[in-house]
Write a protein that binds this ligand. Sequence first.
Ligand code: GUN
Length: 279
Amino acid sequence: MAKLIDGKYISTQIKDEVKEKVKLLKEQGKEICLAVIQVGEDPASSVYVRNKKRACEYVGIESLAYELPEQTTEEELLALVEDLNKNEKVNGILVQLPLPEQIDEDKIIRAISPDKDVDGFHPESVGRLCIGEAGFLPCTPAGIIELLKRSNVEIDGKECVIVGRSNIVGKPMSLLLLRENGTVTVAHSHTKNLKEITRRADILVVAIGKPRFITVDYVKEGAVVIDVGIHRDENNHLCGDVDFEQVKEKASAITPVPGGVGPMTISMLMSNCAAAADK
Ligand code: GUN
């Protein structure tokens, strides 16, 4: 039976560390403020945004909430981002994705000042990560690195396989594991013989968006399995991309869903906000 990697516990640890840092910054006269923008009323986005605001309260960061209607135009959203870029009180800007289809996400991401890019999605942040310069790291993959390190999982020299190649998780995850000296393979929807590849992994990170897709036969005995997915199954229970009940018997360590990767994303956002204010 695998050891559970407790994302809830580790994320609270990180939030408490950020809370201390925020306190010190405030003592130096630095107030911290995150602007959170949501366009439309996607229920999943509303939950994420609510949790981000709560985390801000917990660590002592002020949050400014902008809840814009579904019909908001690209120009209107760009104008708001520009205002927030100029607003010296605001240290971080977060535009919750996905955006309605009339708005070009890439255009919005590029419009956010790289100095306030606490999501780490701006091409400048991505480029910095790629060449190993300091910059904002995308929260979910950065949270996974923290989970591994704080669970004493060695990355150096290990076979790391990532399933999924999104800009938010898969691609930056590959760069972060590479930076930790992992040997990294990225598998995706066109990969042939996926099982053969995932079975090589000492560390398997799954971000494909398919409920319980990774069954026990995709996993090597003793692997560390990180599940980024979150879904509701036919019985309305939360589950991940990994078949947890099966895979926990074969892995040496595994993240549960919920309570694994999810809470880490928000803690790393808080950490990025504190870093933005400290610049
Ligand atoms: N939608 C899903 N994940 C994220 C995230 O990390 N940041 C933003 N802004 N939107 C998301």
